[in-house]
Design a protein around this ligand. Structure first.
Ligand code: NAD
Length: 430
């Protein structure tokens, strides 16, 4: 590790009870582990992240002043393969959040049965106030500071909140400069021109659309005309909204950090995307009423798709949710305290580790294509993605039915069982 790396203690005090994302993850893990009758030793192994790194990142700002940012990278578990997980740039990043996100990546890769472990990274910064040059210097310094753990066989980042193809290109370049040769497979979510995969940008939203379709089919509800509310209009939310509309759903509300838009007759999602491209945010879009983010979640609808950040649906507002189906596009949008309330109301919740697994699935395809040096057509990517998402949805549904639990606990059970099986086969190195 670099001299600034160190093992650090959790910053739990930042959160309250079940809204601590790591505790929220663990409370579901515990229920699933108990139902699986998980071996006590394995329980301890799977409850602890494998590696936690904190780095201090000195950056020369455009003003000429030096600023020092804090970055994290957590490898939660690599028993099934190289660690895989995005990098988030956000003011609200904490170690507890990164740990939870790394654990979710572990369970997610196991739910869709791809040969990866789980990791996540984050840098505490406000990218919306930083110039492109500042962001590039921050990205390169972060990459250089964690370079020992990165690599196609050890840890493979991808985009997450406020990071994108351009950031992935800088990471790939920085890593390749250190290695003295081009290593495309060190990150996924890259631009197509430099080893990215067709369909990767749309993959998470496409996966959300596919599990929405399967859920409604399972519940005997038509997708055509289903009223959909989407919170978060970034990569995941805007693409899911667009694809759901293409399938005949009526998207009645969307929101981003600037606020929400509501039109009971349905929004033209493509038109809202064009507005956002021109104005950066959705706020001010003329063909809709403005709605506050907290009210958006409780609007009347059939499907609610939270695709922004953690802890949006909590014990405080779960009772007011009117949706019949929740598709968790974001990671951890539902705090643990809301689960029971939603169960009691009979809301069908497709958990994050299944609903948004389309992204990591196509990241896996990208990694395979980079290592093969042979690239697939977009329809091949989409067909394989559909096969995996539909199969995984039904696997989770089967486990949930067999154990009479909700889909979230079913998904955790499927994932923990798969990770534990590999630990048992590999044995303990000591
Ligand atoms: P993004 O940065 O492209 O978009 C995030 C969106 O959420 C933006 O529109 C932002 O304005 C909005 N937002 C932020 N705070 C909000 C608030 N308080 N209320 C309403 N909207 C708010 O990020 P993304 O890649 O779309 O990721 C969104 C979520 O999906 C995250 O939880 C991420 O971890 C998860 N996810 C992303 C991917 C992926 O492939 N990008 C894969 C799996 C999961």
């Amino acid at each position: 590790m670099t001299e600034t790396s160190q093992i650090i203690l959790p910053d739990k005090d930042h959160f309250l009870g079940d809204e601590n994302p790591f505790e929220a993850m663990m409370s579901r893990f515990d229920v699933a582990a108990k139902l699986l009758n998980l071996d006590a030793g394995l329980y301890k192994v799977l409850r602890n992240p494998q590696t936690q790194i904190i780095v201090s990142l000195p950056i020369m700002m455009d003003s000429g002043e030096t600023e020092v940012f804090t970055g994290y990278r957590v490898l939660y578990n690599t028993s099934r393969g190289p660690a895989k997980g995005g990098i988030r740039f956000d003011k609200g990043v904490t170690l507890e959040e990164v740990k939870a996100l790394a654990a979710w990546m572990t369970w997610k890769c196991a739910v869709v049965n791809i040969p990866f472990g789980g990791s996540k990274g984050g840098v505490i910064c406000d990218p919306l106030t930083m110039s492109l040059g500042e962001l590039e210097r921050l990205t390169r310094r972060y990459t250089a500071s964690i370079i020992e753990i990165l690599g196609p066989d050890s840890d493979v980042p991808a985009p997450d909140v406020n990071t994108n193809e351009r950031v992935m290109a800088w990471i790939m370049d920085t890593y390749s400069m250190h290695k003295r040769h081009t290593v495309t497979a060190v990150v996924t979510g890259k631009p197509l021109a430099m080893g990215g995969s067709a369909g990767r940008r749309e993959a998470t939203g496409r996966g959300c659309m596919l599990v929405t379709r399967e859920s409604l089919k399972h519940l005997g509800m038509p997708l055509k005309g289903a009223r959909v509310v989407v919170q978060g209009f970034g990569n995941v939310g805007s693409i899911a909204a667009e694809l759901l509309q293409e399938q005949g759903a009526t998207v009645v509300a969307v929101s981003d950090v600037s606020g929400g838009l509501y039109n009971r007759k349905g929004l033209d999602v493509k038109d809202v995307i064009t507005w956002r491209e021109a104005h950066r945010y959705v706020a001010g879009y003329p063909k809709a009423e403005a709605v506050a983010n907290e009210n958006l979640l409780t609007l009347p609808c059939d499907v609610l798709l939270p695709a922004a950040l953690e802890n949006q649906i909590t014990a405080r507002n779960a009772g007011d949710i009117q949706a019949k189906v929740i598709i968790e596009g974001a990671n951890g949008p539902t705090a643990a305290g809301a689960d029971e309330i939603l169960d009691r109301k009979g809301v069908f919740v497709v958990p994050d580790i299944l609903a948004n697994a389309g992204g990591v699935t196509v990241s896996y395809f990208e990694w395979v294509q980079d290592r093969d040096g042979y690239f697939w057509a977009e329809n091949e990517v989409n067909t394989r993605l559909e096969e995996i998402m539909v199969r995984s949805f039904h696997h989770v549904l089967d486990v949930a039915k067999r154990h009479q639990v909700n889909l979230r606990i079913g998904a955790y059970m499927l994932a923990i069982d798969r990770v534990a099986a590999v630990h048992k086969l590999r044995g303990m190195y000591a």
